[in-house]
Write a protein that binds this ligand. Structure first.
Ligand SMILES: [Zn+2]
Length: 245
């Protein structure tokens, strides 16, 4: 399989996994930086993730313009992806989700912290991006232009995830497997933390040293591939998986 074919398969797999795991519903999206041209990215036409197929994938420049004369309607919020790819050369895949479990941490002063080992890759601090800070309180909360995408990327900084106030989150990864895994476990982490706080006592987040010692994600490690394969199979797209690395 060529690099481009692999990327197209992986983007379909990622859409289906995120839908099957309840990270995205009718809305939400996932993209990959173009494997042959880092100034472009691949993203589905405007379609619910559970329904995305290979032929739905469109190509965009980092400022969110459609490449070629593809007239299919794109996602309004494609600027999230372009903004992050432009700001972060190390990022090769991006997820945007409205996962309900994360929303309380974007509208309150309680920070979302890593509390379970599988979510350690979110990093020790999760910034909250409030669109109203720069764009006023008359927006529709969606990231619909390049300025807004760039502002979100600025708030993300060198991190992995930014919460979007009253809206959802944007997550970035070096590989699509990495960002999908993070996006699956981020809402789980948020749910565990919410439950712990409801118990009424104090909670203990992962220490920065624990986050650090869990290390960086290696998509070729057997445990990483195992999760990707398992989720893909459960989502009904195992036929798109390539060879085990
Ligand atoms: Zn959104």
């Amino acid at each position: 399989m060529s690099e481009l074919e692999t990327a197209l398969h992986n983007i379909v797999i990622a859409n289906r996994i995120l839908a099957h795991q309840g990270v995205v519903d009718a809305y939400g999206h996932v993209s990959i930086r173009h494997p042959l041209n880092p100034e472009r990215f691949l993203l589905s036409r405007s379609r619910s993730p559970e329904l995305v197929e290979e032929r739905d994938i469109m190509e965009f420049t980092l400022d969110g313009k459609v490449v070629g004369d593809d007239r299919r309607p794109p996602y309004l919020e494609r600027f999230i992806h372009g903004g992050l790819y432009e700001a972060r050369p190390d990022v090769n895949a991006v997820v945007h989700s409205h996962a309900e479990e994360t929303l309380p941490f974007g509208i309150s002063d309680v920070p979302l912290k890593p509390v379970i080992h599988v979510a350690s890759s979110m990093g020790p601090q999760i910034p909250v991006w409030d669109i109203a800070e720069k764009f006023g309180d008359n927006t529709n909360l969606l990231v619909v232009n390049q300025d807004q995408g760039r502002d979100l990327a600025k708030r993300l900084g060198e991190g992995r995830v930014a919460l979007m106030r009253g809206h959802g989150f944007a997550a970035a990864g070096g590989t699509i497997q990495d960002v999908v895994r993070l996006s699956v476990y981020l809402p789980v982490n948020a749910r565990v933390l919410t439950t712990a706080m409801q118990l009424g006592g104090r909670f203990k987040p992962l220490a920065p040293g624990e986050v650090e010692s869990r290390g960086h994600f290696n998509p070729k490690a057997p445990e990483s591939w195992g999760a990707w394969e398992y989720w893909a199979r459960r989502a009904g797209v195992s036929h798109l998986l390539g060879e085990m690395p």
